[in-house]
Design a protein around this ligand. Structure first.
Ligand code: NDP
Length: 288
């Protein structure tokens, strides 16, 4: 049983604290709005009256608030207590924010591990939840059994910004899927049909298309976008144009598809129309 403090008891922080209590840890909690700590006190948590008291109460502090501005504000109140402590920050932000906070915490004498939660609150402590970590390897190793109580734990490396980078990259993939789904749904609904009835076609199609990702990733990593091309970019740009035109015809906003069409057009204008669609990453990378 470890002594763990959880700072920030929103939907996610409360789920983290409740799971640690349920799995037998000795948990101290703090939240800016004290009433949110009450249900956890009922479950066995000790309530700290300020962030410094919470940090001082445990070997490990887990911070999970809305953003880095809030994280900075909370930690500023706890800075005297941070020396010699282990800090895990599960607040979502950018790699630069994570690295800056890591440097600040280390200057205050704390060992810092950053994390990105790939789960929603009800998944915490359940199979399927994943938390990505980066930063202090020592903190990860010391507290892995406790962290494993929350989710599968994966340490990506010593660079504190990596967990945030991978978190946002995974979310990029997810939002690409959601955006594509919403646009596809709008097209189908424009015919008066139900989106739910379209899913038996869409889901296997997406599954089949995700099978092409290893080939595209191989081309990206080797830079060889013209190797074994079966569906060249110029042909795919025509399909993208057709989607945009059909959307307008059907009274559907073409806003989702247009950025992809623009990126493909730039790549084709650079002379790569016969390459695979993997080559569009070169246009994205160059921030055109
Ligand atoms: P909530 O909106 O439910 O809670 C926000 C928390 O931040 C509250 O504890 C709030 O305190 C605190 N907070 C906000 N501003 C300040 C401040 N200036 N000073 C001190 N505390 C502050 O958010 P979640 O719990 O859902 O999210 C927390 C983190 O977890 C976010 O970074 C989010 O991206 C991440 N996350 C959330 C997921 C989810 O599905 N919910 C999934 C994956 C990651 P108060 O109660 O006083 O307002």
């Amino acid at each position: 049983m470890s002594r763990i403090s959880v700072l920030g008891l929103g939907a996610m922080g409360a789920a983290l604290a409740a799971t640690l209590i349920r799995k037998g840890h000795s948990v101290t909690v703090w939240n800016r709005t004290p009433s949110r700590a009450e249900p956890l006190a009922g479950a066995g948590a000790r309530i700290a009256t300020n962030p410094a008291e919470a940090v001082a109460a445990s070997d490990l502090t887990i911070l999970c608030v809305v953003d880095y501005a809030a994280a900075g504000a909370v930690l500023a109140e706890a800075q005297e207590a941070l020396r010699g402590r282990d800090l895990v920050n599960l607040t979502n932000g950018t790699p630069r924010e994570a690295k800056k906070l890591a440097a600040w915490a280390e200057e205050k004498g704390a060992a810092y591990l950053d994390g990105g939660i790939m789960a929603i609150p009800p998944m915490i402590g359940e199979t399927g939840a994943l938390i990505l970590y980066s930063g202090s390897d020592a903190v990860f190793e010391r507290h892995k059994p406790s962290l494993d109580a929350l989710a599968e734990s994966r340490h990506l490396g010593g660079d504190a910004g990596l967990a945030a980078l991978y978190d946002l990259a995974l979310l990029s993939g997810m939002y690409g899927l959601f955006s594509g789904f919403l646009h596809a749904g709008a097209l189908v609904a424009s015919s008066g049909r139900r989106v739910g009835d379209f899913l038996p076609l869409l889901q296997p199609w997406l599954q089949a298309m995700s099978g092409t990702l290893p080939d595209l990733a191989g081309k990206i990593d080797s830079g060889k976008h013209s190797d074994t091309v079966v569906s060249n970019l110029a042909m795919q740009a025509t399909a993208l144009e057709n989607i945009a035109r059909a959307s307008t015809e059907q009274g559907v906003a073409p806003d989702f598809i247009e950025p992809m069409l623009r990126l493909a057009a730039l790549r084709i204008a650079d002379g790569h129309g016969n390459d695979d669609i993997s080559g569009v990453i070169e246009t994205i990378r160059r921030k055109k």
